[in-house]
Design a protein around this ligand. Structure first.
Ligand SMILES: *Cc1c(COP(=O)(O)O)cnc(C)c1O
Ligand code: SF4
Length: 413
């Protein structure tokens, strides 16, 4: 066997290496259509929110290449999951490319109205695991705390679209008093994950008030925030917000980013402000058809996250949310991507691939098989190159005398 990876391995050819470099380059989102707006307004997160694109007509004006399927999707969006895109994020769309990975994530398509029999409005069974509204207690020692139904922009595959943006009339009104009382009454809860909707849409004061109340509960050791604001609205990550957040350590933050083009110079600066405030940053991606279902794009994205001081955490198989078939890639493709990562690139860049079990079983890790066989006295494993190795199993603490031996001798460099 050759040490040189075969030419068929994605991500290793000359052309793939050139693509990797191009995908990892940092660029500004630019001003695009909004060149007359003052710098102060453009970098003001409230201005960005106020000027979001929310109607099919606005979309059509800004993007003459809007397809009839997208226009139709946008028209129906307000009954399903609202349409909203910040001007900043809109500038990342390539209007010439119908399958632009940014466009697919935020511009509705008429396919969203097609629902397969196995698709659901609450694919992870969150409502049935909620002891009080807006609090999901599925795991023994931690809870998911939904604080709002609003986001800076809306992802067309959102697993919580039943309540997020309130397009379906779910009328989500979390009552913090009840949620906090439940946590205070359950000493086994040591970890609180704030999500929604997007917690960073709150004002600094409102968010601080919530964090202070959680920190006042002695058994809450660990708090984290799940957010896509650094990607949709990096202007929100002000120096003041970061200074407030750092008072509530240990505080972790999980960013949601899916494609290397989302990591602009603006996003990198925002993530650096968070990292400089001592906030460990993770990333959660969703595996999406024609967005990041390509090993070269996935690798570029994960490596670029490390450049932004973000540690990839989870790669999610897309949940069976109603109307998401056109955006779901297969588990097989996810496994192929994982196969192309482990061993081939920095271990810190490799997320855990998980399927959130339909109906409410929680996150289940899925991985290529590296453990080929296991018996009471040995395990047979393979490495990232497909070479086999044998490891003698420790027999109930009794050391074995046989030394570890490679079944197929590795080539020495
Ligand atoms: C994802 C999730 C968590 C956090 O899980 P970790 O594996 O600890 O990141 C907690 N509660 C719910 C309901 C979740 O969906
Ligand atoms: S940011 Fe998160 S909660 Fe909001 S629409 Fe996207 S996936 Fe859903």
């Amino acid at each position: 066997m050759q040490n040189e990876p075969s030419a068929a391995t994605p991500g290793t050819s000359e052309a793939d290496r050139a693509r990797l470099v191009e995908l990892k380059a940092f660029q500004s989102a630019g001003r695009g259509f909004w060149s007359n707006v003052s710098d102060a307004d453009w970098s003001d997160w409230r201005w960005q929110l106020k000027h979001r694109i929310t109607t099919p007509e606005q979309l059509g004006r800004l993007m003459p290449t809007l397809t009839p399927g997208e226009f139709g999707g946008a028209k129906l969006a307000n009954h399903k999951l609202a349409l909203a895109i910040t001007p900043y994020f809109f500038n990342l769309i390539d209007p010439a490319d119908e399958n632009c990975p940014i466009r697919r994530q935020v511009i509705p398509r008429v396919e969203e109205t097609h629902t397969a029999p196995w698709e659901m409005s609450d694919p992870c069974g969150e409502d049935s695991h909620s002891p009080v509204p807006g609090l999901v207690h599925r795991y023994p020692d931690r809870v998911l705390f939904l604080v709002t139904d609003r986001c800076a922009a809306y992802c067309r595959y959102c697993t919580r679209s039943r309540l997020v943006s309130n397009a379906t009339g779910y009328d989500f009104h979390p009552e913090f008093d009840k949620q906090i009382a439940y946590i205070a009454a359950h000493p086994e809860i040591r970890d609180v994950l704030l999500s929604g909707g997007d917690p960073l849409l709150f004002s600094d004061d409102k968010l601080e008030h919530l964090l202070a109340r959680l920190r006042a509960i002695p058994h809450v050791e660990f708090v984290r925030i799940g957010t896509r604001i650094p990607i949709f609205l990096p202007q929100r990550l002000t120096v003041e917000l970061c200074a407030m957040l750092r008072k509530y350590h240990p505080l972790f933050l999980s960013v949601h980013s899916n494609h290397p083009r989302e990591l602009t110079t603006e996003v990198r600066a925002a993530l650096e402000r968070l990292a400089d405030a001592g906030i460990p940053l993770g990333n959660q991606s969703v595996l999406l058809r024609h967005v990041n279902d390509d090993p070269v794009i996935a690798k570029a994205h994960l490596q670029k996250l490390l450049l932004c001081r973000v540690r990839p955490y989870y790669l999610y198989q897309c949940d069976l949310i109603a109307g998401s078939a056109h955006l779901r890639a297969s588990v097989r493709e996810g496994l192929e991507i994982m196969e192309q990562l482990r061993g081939h690139t920095t271990g810190y860049a490799v997320p855990t691939f998980v399927i959130d079990a339909p109906g409410g079983g929680g996150k289940v890790p899925v991985s290529p098989d590296y453990l080929i066989n296991r018996s009471s006295d040995r395990v047979l494993i393979r490495n990232y190159e497909g070479k086999l190795f044998e490891y003698p199993e420790a027999g109930d603490g009794t050391p074995l005398f046989e030394a570890p031996r490679a079944i197929e001798e590795p080539e020495l460099a």
